[in-house]
Design a protein around this ligand. Structure first.
Ligand code: AMP
Ligand code: ZN
Ligand code: FE
Ligand code: FE
Length: 298
């Protein structure tokens, strides 16, 4: 069947509309801060009966090759994805879908972001050592799953050393934005992020809009500006949205003619309350959402 395209954000719940094919468009692997290797994540998507999965690691596409190979084995469609950190007074994450991970400008920029992160980790550890905290890069690496390293791993290392009792205490005392040992990451601007994903043939989507920390009117105004420069969708269906938030974002997507997308933001052990496919009615987003994203490619 041809799924009806409804980029206005309405989920078509009428019978016979292929409701049984579900997708999860937001999940992390060990290439960033998820706890499952790409192969394991895809196997779990198979167990959950998902028809398609987007792997959306933070600032890296390193998991996509392994995930694609596993997806072929399980008969699942693998959607190339990413979640970029974007400059913003709030927390702005930009998802990208259906792009070519080998496109030059995108892959060069991602390489730079990863190198910058590594040097930033070094600087944060130097600052902690200078401040008298006995923590080394090796301690931090030991807490990571072999992928990207960041503050959560520093927090775990500090806890393992008995310097703090919880990872939250590590953030509150040392690692939070503006904290004594924090060094900012390099991020893309909204314009650059949108351009990078579009240039690589993909569709940019604002993730979990609540974290932009904008009132509804300001949020809609901001999304309208982003749409003018190439934004394709809004993540409306999300494991941590209330029904009211979901409706607010679906309404904005409809008014701005943006695709209403969704995903769980599965991370595994570090977010144990979030499960793969855990969005909409707990089974994932209808496949028609992926079709709408395809239609939104340029
Ligand atoms: P990084 O990418 O190294 O800057 O680490 C970002 C991650 O650190 C976020 O995804 C959160 O999991 C965690 N994080 C950042 N700020 C805080 C905070 N104030 N309290 C607890 N966790 C935080
Ligand atoms: Zn994450
Ligand atoms: Fe995010
Ligand atoms: Fe995420």
């Amino acid at each position: 069947m041809t799924p009806e395209r409804r980029p206005d954000g309405d989920l078509d719940r009428s019978p016979g509309r292929d409701q049984d094919r579900r997708v999860d468009l937001h999940a992390h692997t060990t290439a960033s801060d998820g706890s499952l290797r790409p192969t394991k994540l895809v196997a779990m998507a198979g167990e959950r009966g998902l028809a398609a999965l987007a792997v959306t690691d933070h600032d890296t596409t390193a998991a996509l090759d392994e995930a694609a190979a596993a997806a072929a084995q399980h008969g699942i469609e693998l959607v190339s994805g990413i979640e970029l950190n974007v400059e913003h007074p709030g927390r702005f994450h930009l998802l990208g879908y259906l792009f070519d991970p080998n496109e030059d400008r995108l892959s060069h920029r991602l390489t730079y972001l990863q190198e910058y992160r590594a040097s930033r980790n070094d600087r944060m550890i130097e600052k902690m050592q200078a401040g008298g905290l006995p923590i080394t890069l090796a301690d931090v690496i030991a807490e990571a799953g072999g992928g990207l390293i960041g503050r959560p791993h520093m927090a775990l290392a500090l806890m393992r050393k008995g310097i703090v009792k919880s990872t939250q205490e590590a953030f509150d005392r040392f690692l939070a934005d503006g904290g004594p040992y924090h060094v900012p990451k390099e991020k893309v601007t909204p314009e650059e992020g949108i351009r990078l994903i579009r240039q690589a043939g993909g569709v940019p989507v604002v993730a979990h809009p609540t974290t932009l920390r904008l009132a509804p009117d300001a949020l809609e105004a901001e999304l309208r500006k982003l749409k003018d420069i190439g934004l394709g969708g809004i993540e409306c269906y999300y494991s941590q949205h209330t029904p009211e938030q979901q409706q607010e974002f679906v309404d904005i997507a409809r008014r701005l003619d943006l695709v209403a997308t969704g995903g769980s933001d599965f991370h595994g052990a570090s977010k144990p309350h979030v499960y793969l496919g855990g969005v909409v009615d707990g089974r994932g987003v209808p496949y028609a959402v992926l079709e709408a994203l395809r239609a939104a490619r340029e």
